[in-house]
Design a protein around this ligand. Structure first.
Ligand code: IYR
Length: 222
């Protein structure tokens, strides 16, 4: 068929399939959101490879409605930190409900966002609701879903590359587009500091739901 190419499929033997599925699960299960970073620099090539990986995510009508802006410049990081902390202080002190604050308590988060200065690189993910093609405006589809999937790929790629990150969502986050000079069709989606954990870093002792809680086999009707 015109416009189609053969799919490069690699059939695995069942044992190999189980081994790889288990190894990938074990890899992903070791990933944690880390909020304290060392100043060790991340190789540029690694940043580019993890972003290439994010760019392999499926998207509505293959529009790839994302833009990743990498910030390593200390002055720009600091400007972002100050703007994020201004919003976060307002959120933690006035905008978030008691229930929300109570839910965050075990994670130990507050409005201070030292990690924005500390991490050697920030990846700011932007979602593109539409794109311009000359005079024309072309819309994108399922933008949040698509960008969410790309961020999932990105988190897995970061972890696989021996780095740590967290998904930071200051709210509102219009300041990111302004500071980074992005066009009006790009909306900030998430801010991800990337780097190495600070020596001896601790993470909250949280539990993941058991498989039985998050999945069920639909019973065959008799
Ligand atoms: N955006 C705030 C608050 C926050 C909200 C949720 I939901 C979290 O899981 C963690 C934090 C912040 O980044 O601190």
């Amino acid at each position: 068929m015109q416009g189609f190419i053969p799919y490069d499929f690699n059939l695995l033997l069942p044992d190999e399939q189980v081994r790889r599925a288990r190894e990938f699960y074990e890899l992903c299960n070791r990933r944690r959101s880390v909020r304290e970073f060392s100043d060790k620099v991340v190789p540029k090539e690694v940043i580019e490879l993890i972003l290439k990986t994010a760019g392999t995510a499926p998207s509505g009508a293959n529009k790839q409605p994302w833009q990743f802006v990498v910030v390593t410049e200390p002055n720009v990081k600091h400007q972002i930190r100050l703007a994020a902390e201004k919003e976060e202080k307002e959120s933690y002190e006035h905008r978030m409900s008691d229930e929300w604050l109570e839910d965050l308590e075990p994670l130990g988060t507050d409005w201070h966002k030292e990690f924005i200065d500390a991490a050697p690189a920030l990846i700011v993910v932007f979602a593109l609701s539409y794109e311009r093609e000359g005079e024309k405006v072309r819309k994108n589809y399922y933008v949040k879903e698509s960008v969410g999937i790309a961020v999932g790929f990105l988190l897995a790629a970061i972890h696989n590359a021996g780095l740590v990150s967290l998904t930071h969502t200051p709210s509102p986050m219009e300041f990111l587009g302004k500071i980074l000079g992005r066009p009006e069709n790009e909306k900030a989606f998430v801010l991800m500091p990337v780097g190495y954990p600070k020596d001896g870093v601790m993470v909250p002792d949280i539990k993941r739901k058991e498989l039985g809680e998050i999945m069920r086999w639909k019973k065959v009707e008799s």
